[in-house]
Design a protein around this ligand. Structure first.
Ligand code: URA
Length: 229
């Protein structure tokens, strides 16, 4: 890994900030000052210090899971087990990028990288989430334009949401926010009830169709870059 990237990963600011630290000759690898930001190091073996302080390397984790129903997005299993129980090697530093309800399935991102999570949840780019929604009764099409204009929820007006009809009782709903029970409450506003919910897409990242319920895999570099580059 490049030295500037390694420093940025470990909380020493942006790549530009880390280049400045390196230029100021504050960074050493194995006790030798390194002045080349592009220096390639092995994070597992090399000892990197900044102004004499040793960096404890924390590997970043980025997982995509096909969340099954009956699991909660929390470290503490209360009524249901935690989705983290489905992961082979438990790490206490993992968290969820946009939680899903216990009865919701589908695309769940799990990471230990706060910048990554922030870029998706609070970034300037509007990252949309798409849900497959099965409804108790046929979706009333007069709500399509209302959702597109923005409906009221929690004392605010939601950003435009789009509806694609699959059949009378099934829609693909694309929303911009990630409020508590948002889809269920939006459908309630549309005088309907959700009977099955699955997140299928976040931004331009689709749920990998080869992932069975409960299975997960690492995100690829390109997938991570969809949100951070
Ligand atoms: N909206 C909901 O109502 N539930 C979810 O799990 C996700 C979005």
């Amino acid at each position: 890994m490049r030295l500037d990237k390694f420093l940025a990963h470990n909380g020493y600011g942006t790549r530009k900030d880390t280049k400045t630290l390196i230029k100021k000759k504050l960074v050493s690898v194995n006790d030798n000052i390194v002045s080349d930001s592009g220096y390639i190091l092995n994070p597992d073996n090399d000892r990197v210090t900044v102004d004499g302080e040793l960096i404890e390397y924390v590997e970043n984790v980025y997982l995509m899971m096909n969340k099954p129903a009956g699991y909660i997005c929390s470290h503490d299993a209360v009524e249901y087990p935690s989705v983290l129980e489905l992961i082979d090697t438990y790490r206490s530093d993992l968290f969820f990028v946009g939680r899903l309800d216990a009865d919701t399935e589908g695309l769940l991102l799990i990471t230990n990288d706060g910048h990554f999570s922030h870029a998706i949840a609070h970034g300037k780019r509007n990252i949309h989430k798409q849900y497959l929604v099965h409804l108790e009764k046929p979706f009333d099409k007069r709500f399509i334009s209302e959702l597109l204009e923005g409906i009221p929820l929690d004392d605010t007006i939601l950003k435009p949401a789009t509806v694609e009809m699959i059949d009378d009782n099934k829609i693909l709903l694309t929303i911009a926010e990630g409020k508590y029970h948002q889809v269920k409450r939006m459908m309630h506003h549309c005088e309907n009830e959700v009977i099955y919910l699955k997140r299928v897409k976040i931004g331009s990242l689709n749920l990998d169709p080869s992932l069975k319920l409960g299975a997960y895999r690492d995100l690829t570099e390109e997938e991570i870059n969809l949100f951070t580059a």
